[in-house]
Design a protein around this ligand. Structure first.
Ligand SMILES: [Zn+2]
Ligand SMILES: [Zn+2]
Length: 368
C-alpha cells in the first residue's frame, strides 16, 4: 500500500529546559519495514524527561504509543492497516541477542532507542519550516498524531482492548512486571523490596502479588503512592524521608530479601537496594539516570546485581500476556493512569514530576 507524506501535529521539544510545543509536522511515508500508526494515546514515562539530558533537538518524544495501523511498508508481513498496536522499544532483529529472542539485549539498543534518530541519516519528519525533527525516539516518537514504527516494535493486540489504556504496556508496566516475571523469575514465597512506587515499581508490586510472593515491601517518598502500593499488594511500606538508615528500615526486624528492585536511579537508594538482599539475592536496577553506584566489593558477597532494560521482555510475546493478565484482574495497571488531553502535555509532565500523576497518558481524542 502506498501513501504519501502525512500531515499531523506533534509535541516538539526544542531544548533541554524548554516546554513542549504542539506544532505541525510532516511525516514521510513508511519505509519498507515500517508502519504508520494513528496514535490514540501515548503514555509519558520518566525516560521522556531524561531525554532532556541526552536527546538531540528538536525532538519528538513519547515511547508508550498505542493506536491503529494506517499504512504499512512494502516488506511488512505481520501487520496490516486497521490492526490495533502497542508500540514498544526498538531492536535491530539481526544481532545475536535479537536472533536469540532477547531483543532487550540488542547490540544496537542505545542507538535505536535513545538517540532520537535511530539508524537514519536523514530525519523522516519535518517541522513546518522544513527543519528536520528527530522522530525515532524508541523507534516511535509517539507524542504525535501519527508515528512511524518498525514492524518489530509494533505489537498487535486484540481489537476489543481499550487503546487509551494500553500504551504503558510498551515500557513502564512491561518493565516493572518483566523485572519480576522475567528477571527475578520470582517463585511463590519469595520476598521482594521495591524502591520507588511509580508506574514501574507498582507494576512490579502487582506482578509480585500475582506470583504469590512472600513479603512485598514498597518504598516511596509520596504518601499517596505508599497507600496505593498497599492496595495493590504490598504488605508494608517505608517512607525514606523518615529517620534512620533506609536499608535498616526496609528490612525491619525480618530477614533479608530474596530480591530487590530499584526504579529511582539515585545512588544511595540503589546501594540500599543491594544492601537489603540476602545471600543469595538479586538486586535489579532499572532507573533512568546518571548517578554512580558506589559499593564496597565485599558487600556483594553472595549477591548479584543487574541492570535490566525493559524487564528483559520480548514484547511480541510478553505484551499480549500482560493484556491477558490484566483482563483476568491480576495486573490492574489502569489504576496507575491519569488521562490528559494531548494539548496538556506540559501539565502532564509537571504532574508526573510532582508525583501527583503516576502514569500520565496523553489522549489524542481524534484530533490527529
Ligand atoms: Zn519508558
Ligand atoms: Zn539486535
Amino acid at each position: 500500500m502506498n501513501v504519501g507524506a502525512t500531515q499531523t501535529r506533534a509535541a516538539v521539544l526544542r531544548s533541554r529546559a524548554g516546554e513542549f510545543d504542539v506544532e505541525a509536522v510532516t511525516i514521510q511515508a513508511p519505509a519498507p519495514d515500517q508502519v504508520l500508526v494513528r496514535i490514540v494515546a501515548a503514555g509519558m514515562c520518566h525516560t521522556d524527561s531524561v531525554a532532556r539530558a541526552m536527546g538531540s533537538f528538536p525532538i519528538i518524544l513519547g515511547h508508550e504509543g498505542a493506536g491503529v495501523v494506517e499504512a504499512v511498508g512494502a516488506a511488512v508481513t505481520s501487520l496490516r492497516p486497521g490492526d490495533h498496536v502497542v508500540l514498544t522499544f526498538d531492536s535491530c532483529g539481526v544481532c545475536t541477542a535479537c536472533r536469540d529472542g532477547r531483543p532487550y539485549h540488542c547490540a544496537a539498543f542505545e542507538l535505536l532507542n535513545f538517540g532520537g534518530h535511530g539508524p537514519d541519516t536523514e530525519p523522516s519528519a519535518r517541522l513546518s519550516d522544513g527543519e528536520g525533527v528527530a522522530n525515532r525516539w524508541f523507534g516511535q516518537s509517539s507524542f504525535a498524531g501519527y508515528a512511524l514504527a518498525n514492524e518489530r516494535n509494533a505489537v498487535k493486540i486484540p481489537d476489543d482492548v481499550d487503546l487509551e489504556l494500553v500504551g504503558p504496556l510498551g515500557c513502564g508496566v512491561m518493565t516493572g512486571a518483566g523485572c519480576v516475571l522475567n528477571v527475578m523469575q520470582l517463585r511463590p514465597g519469595d520476598s521482594v523490596a521495591v524502591f520507588g512506587a511509580g508506574a514501574v515499581g507498582l507494576s512490579a508490586v502487582m506482578a509480585a502479588k500475582a506470583s504469590g510472593a512472600g513479603e512485598i515491601v514498597a518504598v516511596d517518598i509520596h504518601e499517596s503512592r505508599r497507600a496505593l502500593a498497599l492496595e495493590l499488594g504490598a504488605d508494608r511500606v517505608v517512607d525514606p524521608g523518615a529517620d534512620g538508615d533506609l536499608a535498616t528500615q526496609v528490612v525491619g526486624g525480618g530477614a533479608a530479601f530474596d530480591f530487590s528492585l530499584d526504579t529511582t536511579a539515585r545512588g544511595e537508594v540503589m546501594a540500599a537496594a543491594v544492601a537489603v538482599v540476602g545471600r543469595p539475592g538479586l538486586a535489579v536496577l532499572v532507573g533512568a539516570g546518571f548517578e554512580p553506584l558506589t559499593l564496597a566489593p565485599a558487600s556483594l558477597a553472595g549477591k548479584s546485581i543487574t541492570y535490566a532494560y525493559m524487564g528483559n521482555s520480548n514484547p511480541q510475546v510478553f505484551i499480549p500476556r500482560l493484556i491477558s493478565f490484566w483482563q483476568r484482574g491480576q495486573l490492574p495497571f489502569d489504576r496507575l493512569i491519569t488521562l490528559f488531553p494531548f494539548m496538556d502535555v506540559n501539565q502532564a509532565e509537571a504532574a508526573s514530576a510532582a508525583g501527583t500523576a503516576i502514569k500520565p497518558v496523553l489522549v489524542m481524542n481524534g484530533e490527529n
